[in-house]
Ligand binder design. Structure first.
Ligand code: COS
Length: 374
């Protein structure tokens, strides 16, 4: 397939080549075991930290380079990519929303992977509509009393710092939402259970409860700016979800290609059959379309434009593409694809959440149509 990333700056290409080797040697070999044991991807994140990937979103790579880098990690292990990009949501929140003093306290360690971040927006009754959240933060002198609960928070109970969104002015709708950094070990911050999920088993999602005092200095930007920060961060996150989908689909297509060449049916490789070739051509074309669609919001992001609509298109298409491609790849493997000896069923489970998290396909369509009708 055409290398769409030939236009990357030389240093991004060098970084991605190095990352590909590290992912192939150290991360991909752990993916099946991680899925089997549901162990959190600590070792894999340490490997990525040593490679400089934990802070790659903070002006290290171009937006196109980051897209390619996340794709590489997801192709090796989707759980690792999910925990990594959840960390990016936290550091992006500080990059986009926080004052320099707060950035200086948290970003250096986070970018080197010495601390892990989480992004706590979603609540039981406020997922697609986060503006309806119930978690509150009320000023008490030099502190805010943060009270409420969050759910489905990737890295939540393990994170060293969490960016938590809460209502500071109930009269102001989305303009009354603010963000705060909550540090691990803060009295009254209680990580609850880890959800039992269908896939991404090495990237844990948590229920969290808060009844704690947060210093005013831990507020991310001015009061009332939290919702906009969250939306801007999610634009970046959606592009990373698209990259994860492209990575998983690329791995599935790679497995299908190897299988078609080596599986002998009726004395000849599967790949000799026209029906199989046509299926593979469709998978490759679908994947290429998703890659091309994701390059546009990356280009827009790189130039500093707002890229919300393009990011939603990329996420919508890629998350639906990966379902088609992983299913077709599994089908091509026949009964073997259904077994745990092969990665196909893991790919099919891991990619299911991509149509749901960071805004479901329905929310992406709502955003795309909203921009059309502006
Ligand atoms: N970038 C910058 N600003 C944005 C923005 C973006 N991507 N999206 C919205 N805004 C701004 C709007 O411009 C508007 O600003 P003003 O008040 O100055 O006019 C404000 O935010 C409110 O926008 P809007 O009216 O569109 O907000 P809604 O509450 O209707 O939000 C959507 C609509 C669907 C976009 C939002 O609720 C959403 O993204 N939901 C999904 C949440 C999600 O992805 N959750 C997953 C969590 S992480 S797993």
């Amino acid at each position: 397939m055409t290398d769409l990333f030939h236009m990357l700056p030389d240093e991004d290409r060098a970084f991605c080549d190095m990352l590909s080797r590290i992912c192939a040697d150290k991360i991909a070999p752990l993916a099946a075991e991680t899925d089997e044991t549901s162990a959190f991807v600590h070792r894999q994140l340490a490997t990525l930290a040593a490679a400089g990937m934990m802070g790659a979103n903070l002006h290290v790579l171009s937006a196109q380079g980051l897209l390619r880098a996340v794709e590489i990690v997801a192709g090796a292990c989707a759980s690792t990519a999910s925990a990594l990009t959840a960390h990016y949501l936290a550091t992006d929140s500080l990059l986009l929303g926080a004052d320099p003093a707060l950035q200086d306290r948290f970003l250096p360690a986070a970018s080197e992977g010495r601390s892990l971040g989480a992004f706590a927006l979603t609540e039981r009754n406020a997922g697609s509509d986060p503006a309806d959240m119930r978690t509150k933060a009320s000023r008490e002198g030099a502190f805010y009393r943060l009270k409420g609960a969050k759910c489905f928070i990737s890295n939540g109970g393990l994170a060293d710092f969490l960016v938590v969104f809460a209502v500071t002015n109930p009269e102001a709708g989305h303009r009354g939402i603010s963000a705060f950094v909550v540090e691990k070990g803060t009295p009254g911050f209680l990580p609850g259970r880890v959800e039992k999920t269908m896939g991404l088993k090495g990237g844990h999602v948590w229920e969290l409860e808060f009844d704690c005092l947060i210093p005013v200095e831990n507020r991310v930007g001015a009061e009332g700016t939290g919702f906009k920060t969250a939306m801007q961060v999610l634009d970046r996150g959606r592009l990373e979800v698209a990259a994860m989908c492209i990575g998983i689909a690329g791995a599935a297509l790679g497995a299908a290609t190897d299988w078609a060449k080596t599986r002998i049916i009726g004395g000849e490789p599967l790949a000799n059959r026209q029906g199989i070739r046509w299926q593979m051509a469709d998978m490759a074309t679908d994947l290429q379309a998703a890659r091309l669609l994701a390059l546009e919001p990356a280009r827009q992001r790189q130039t500093g434009m707002r890229f919300s609509q393009a990011a939603s298109m990329a996420k919508l298409y890629a998350s639906e593409m990966v379902a088609r491609v992983t299913d077709a790849a599994l089908q091509l493997h026949g009964g073997y694809g259904f077994t745990r000896d092969m990665p196909l069923e893991r790919f099919a489970r891991d990619c299911r959440i991509m149509r749901i998290y960071e805004g479901s396909s329905e929310i992406q369509r709502t955003i795309i149509a909203g921009h059309l009708l502006q």
